[in-house]
Write a protein that binds this ligand. Structure first.
Ligand SMILES: Nc1nc2c(c(=O)[nH]1)N[C@H]1C(S)=C(S)[C@@H](COP(=O)(O)O)O[C@H]1N2
Ligand SMILES: [Mo]
Length: 316
């Protein structure tokens, strides 16, 4: 059985695929192309470098949604990716991004810094699909099937030292590829950050794919973050460096306008943005507005992270 010839990077047993998805995947791999890819490339480093055989990844059913998924025709053509312009239509410009190969450096307060290609990293970590809500600070939202691996797995791989208090995420910097980066008044490169406790939370997800395939460029190929209880700008795209640091990173948006976009940026309908209400959100691809939920509906999993931090500006 093809499925039984598990490749080194296949999912651990604890992520056992629900039967339906498993059968689905088997049917897919059973197609001629799948069999050829599986038998010729299985176990070969080339398979890792191309993402071959990693998609679609089995769905982790623990992350169910209360709403319909946003069709890709909406989410895939309405993106915030300032490197490629400030409009939502960055898809054509993002075509200039070449996400393969894509070295990612893990450094800072770790046992031993290293660089790994994003595609090898995906293969090494093993991939799963999760359905997550996404709430932009601009008061629109979507629901998407991300593929990736828990950030906690990457933290374990990095072996941070005890002095590490934050994880800092850095997007690529290349003015030749990203015209937005020629706008000197933005504090490039795009930086984001999480506390170590936030990074250890199971919801913090490193994303390599969406809609059952590797990330299209405009979504932040080939590796981005998804922290669904926070406003969307925390979910930094096209990462080239992940650093473990002692001090709170100064983020891109803080650098631009700290009064409006803070470090914590947890979703809270009761705390308005200085210029608009956060009480409700427009659901992408529909004409609906729905009430926004505290921590974007993920309070049960994350509220505990903020005990004792009440003096911080947790919701801006
Ligand atoms: N590098 C980078 N990451 C980024 C952004 C950006 O402009 N540059 N925009 C953020 C914002 S505001 C949002 S809402 C999400 C949008 O993700 P999406 O295009 O996949 O919907 O990406 C976030 N990550
Ligand atoms: Mo956003």
């Amino acid at each position: 059985m093809l499925i039984k010839q598990r490749r080194a990077w296949d999912l651990p047993e604890r992520l056992a695929t629900p039967e339906s998805v498993f059968l689905n995947r088997r049917a897919l791999l059973g197609g001629a192309g799948g069999v050829i890819a599986g038998s010729l490339l299985g176990g070969h480093p080339l398979a890792a470098a191309t993402g071959e055989g990693l998609y679609p990844a089995p769905r982790n059913e623990s992350y169910a949604l209360d709403r319909a998924l946003t069709p890709e025709r909406y989410s895939g053509d309405y993106n915030n990716f300032y490197e490629f312009g400030t409009s939502k239509t960055v898809l054509p410009a993002a075509g200039a991004l070449k996400p393969k190969p894509w070295p990612v450096t893990i450094d800072g307060l770790v046992e031993k810094p290293f660089t790994i290609d994003a595609w090898d990293l995906a293969a090494k970590m093993g991939l799963e699909e999760r359905l997550y809500r996404h709430r932009c600070v601009e008061a629109w939202s979507m629901a998407v099937p991300w593929t990736g691996f828990p950030l906690s797995k990457l933290v374990a791989l990095a072996k941070p030292l005890s002095g590490a208090k934050y994880v800092r995420f850095e997007t690529f910097m290349d003015k030749a590829v990203a015209p937005g980066q020629r706008q000197f008044f933005y504090p490039w490169p795009y930086i984001e950050g999480l506390t170590m406790a936030e990074a250890a939370n199971d919801l913090a997800f490193m994303v390599t794919g969406v809609y059952g395939k590797p990330l299209p460029n405009q979504f932040g190929a080939p590796l981005r973050l998804a922290v669904p209880w926070k406003y969307g700008f925390k979910s930094a795209k096209s990462l080239v460096k992940i650093s473990f640091v002692a001090d709170r990173p100064k983020t891109f948006w803080e650098g631009l306008q700290a009064s409006e976009y803070g470090f914590w940026a947890n979703v809270n309908p009761a705390v308005p943005h200085p210029r608009w209400s956060q009480a409700s959100e427009r659901v992408l691809g529909t004409d609906q507005r729905v009430p926004t939920l505290l921590f974007n509906g993920y309070g049960e999993q994350v509220a505990g992270l903020y005990k004792g931090l009440e003096k911080e500006r947790l919701y801006v």
